[in-house]
Design a protein around this ligand. Structure first.
Ligand SMILES: [Zn+2]
Length: 249
């Protein structure tokens, strides 16, 4: 995942300047600001979860994720050079519901299989922000800004959809291997639920690729460019973009 440099919406900037001490709940209570932040923040990741890279579904499997936790709905303790991270643009990312989406919101079996069923009793399905909770991220999670599509830090195993740390990619980007491991395990990015979702994508890409290749081998480059392109709204057509970059480029 590479984070797109998206400018802070004016409405948020004005809100911050007018109410620098605002809590997250106060921001959310202002529907104009809240909606603008949601719509704009999703472009930071091209419509994917900032952690697992699953495609987000507005309202039903999507939320705004604070990389530095907002501590419930209160302000993060700020001052002394630490910004009010509850409402700081650079701290807000789009994220999935970590497997806790409601099955009744979906009609497609894959959505039910890949987005729901995680809860306190079924913790091994829980991922991303839901798993991360209020943990201070320093030394535990990699800042989204450090990650780069061109050099994914995970290796994808096509046999079972699992991912493992690419230590070489970590080292070349000054990401400590322990931090990469902690990021992967503490966000549960190799959960069976995500393995299944990645496997499904990989198999559909493979069949598209083979079809295009059979028609004209010269066209596959264009096909891959399409997979990796953002549309005019700044949204990817496919999830797990790092997987596609890692495997096809
Ligand atoms: Zn996620």
């Amino acid at each position: 995942m590479s984070i797109q440099d998206i400018e802070e919406p004016e409405l948020l900037r004005d809100f911050r300047i007018e109410t620098p001490n605002a809590t997250w709940n106060q921001l959310r209570a202002n529907s104009n600001v809240n909606n603008t932040v949601k719509i704009t923040a999703i472009k930071k990741t091209g419509g994917l979860c900032v952690y697992c890279e699953h495609r987000l579904i507005a309202k039903n499997d999507s939320q705004l994720e604070h990389f530095y936790p907002k501590n419930g709905n209160d302000n993060y303790e700020f001052g002394d050079g630490v910004p009010n991270r509850a409402i700081e643009w650079a701290n807000l990312y789009p994220g999935c519901l970590g497997g806790t989406a409601q099955a009744s919101h979906f009609t497609i079996k894959q959505d039910i299989d890949f987005r729901t069923g995680a809860n306190k009793r079924n913790k091994n399905r829980l991922t991303c922000g839901q798993k991360k909770g209020e943990t201070d991220p320093d030394g535990v999670f990699i800042s989204p800004l450090k990650l780069n599509n061109q050099n994914p830090i995970y290796l994808f195993n096509e046999a079972d959809g699992s991912i493992s740390l690419n230590e070489e990619a970590c080292t070349s980007q000054n990401i400590p291997v322990e931090l990469g491991t902690s990021h992967l395990t503490r966000l549960n990015l190799d959960s069976q639920r995500l393995r299944d979702a990645r496997l499904a994508l990989a198999s559909s890409l493979r069949s598209e690729f083979n079809k295009a290749f059979a028609i004209d081998a010269d066209n596959v480059g264009e096909l891959i460019d399409d997979w990796l392109a953002l549309d005019e709204d700044g949204i990817y057509s496919y999830p797990f973009i790092s997987l596609i970059f890692g495997k096809y480029t």
